[in-house]
Design a protein around this ligand. Structure first.
Ligand SMILES: [Zn+2]
Length: 303
């Protein structure tokens, strides 16, 4: 995958709340302080696997720490002013991903789609859903309708999950989170009890639908125009798709439980779906390009 050279990159949908700028020092996964209702690519699972619980205590401890943080986009605007910068830097690539994803949903949903910002943070952050740490992985907070990401997560995916990585699988992670934003705008998430778990639970259906929505964006990514009228993304190859499927497979509940948790797979605690299911639903979206095919709530066959 390549980003188009020569256009202007719009950083207005990113709020840079990292301290000291830059990517920070690759913190590994720690027990995340998940907040109420956060939906991430893997947040709830990690929380359970790594012995989380008592999230309210974590919330309390973090609530004061992160207060007063403000966004400062000046460095980001300088380093990511052209679309081609996305080919050289992860922080610029994610800016381009966010623009492409939201261009797609604005086209697909029309006025129903309301664009929203992604917060870049390092280490910890306060959100409308409470405090959170990098250990939660990227997530969407329905209460303030923002996506949150510590970009060091992409390093973690490679170093701890063994993912192949790359620009396209990174974009898939962002597109998954914006899938949660679409669910919030459409009200889909409100029919799900976030505390529920299990292979056929509403939580799993919601997560697999977000994977499918990520796939529908990917299907259209090379054609959806940005504000200047040209697509931001060019040349999605089979290798890119394979890498996205590799990432999807490494953030499935069974993979995480087997390789990063206690080693035992327990379907009753699934919240995001198995590796195979996550790959299947991303592919469903990618191959059809049709969000209507992502109705994971209407099927008995989740894969
Ligand atoms: Zn999710």
């Amino acid at each position: 995958m390549r980003y188009r050279e020569g256009g202007r990159l719009d950083t207005s949908h990113v709020q840079d709340r990292r301290r000291g700028g830059g990517l920070g020092g690759g913190r590994g996964l720690a027990v995340g302080g998940g907040g109420l209702g956060l939906v991430g690519v893997l947040v709830v699972v990690l929380f359970q696997v790594l012995g989380g619980g008592g999230s309210s205590a974590a919330l309390g401890a973090l609530a004061g720490l992160a207060e007063g943080e403000t966004a400062d986009n000046s460095a980001l605007e300088q380093s990511c002013d052209e679309t081609g910068d996305a080919n050289d830097s992860v922080e610029c690539a994610v800016v381009a991903d966010i623009d492409s994803i939201q261009d797609y949903w604005s086209q697909a949903l029309g006025a129903q789609y309301v664009p929203t910002d992604t917060i870049y943070f390092s280490g910890q952050v306060s959100t409308g859903c409470g405090g959170a740490t990098s250990g939660s992985g990227p997530f969407y907070c329905p209460a303030d309708q923002k996506v949150y990401i510590d970009l060091s997560f992409f390093d973690t995916l490679r170093s701890q999950f063994g993912a192949a990585g790359g620009a396209f699988p990174n974009a898939y992670v962002l597109a998954h989170e914006y899938g949660h934003h679409v669910q919030n705008l459409l009200g889909t998430n409100r029919q799900v009890d976030p505390r529920e778990s299990g292979a056929a639970s509403g939580s799993v259906r919601l997560e697999l639908q977000a994977d499918c929505y990520a796939g529908t964006w990917a299907h259209h990514a090379e054609t959806v125009p940005d504000a200047s009228g040209a697509p931001l993304i060019e040349e999605i190859t089979q290798d890119d798709v394979d890498r996205a499927l590799d990432t999807a497979g490494r953030i499935g509940d069974d993979f995480i439980q087997e390789n990063l948790g206690g080693g035992t797979v327990d379907q009753d605690t699934f919240t995001h779906g198995s590796s195979e299911q996550r790959q299947r639903w991303f592919l469903t979206g990618y191959e059809t390009g049709d969000p209507a095919q992502c109705d994971t709530f209407a099927t008995d066959d989740l894969g």
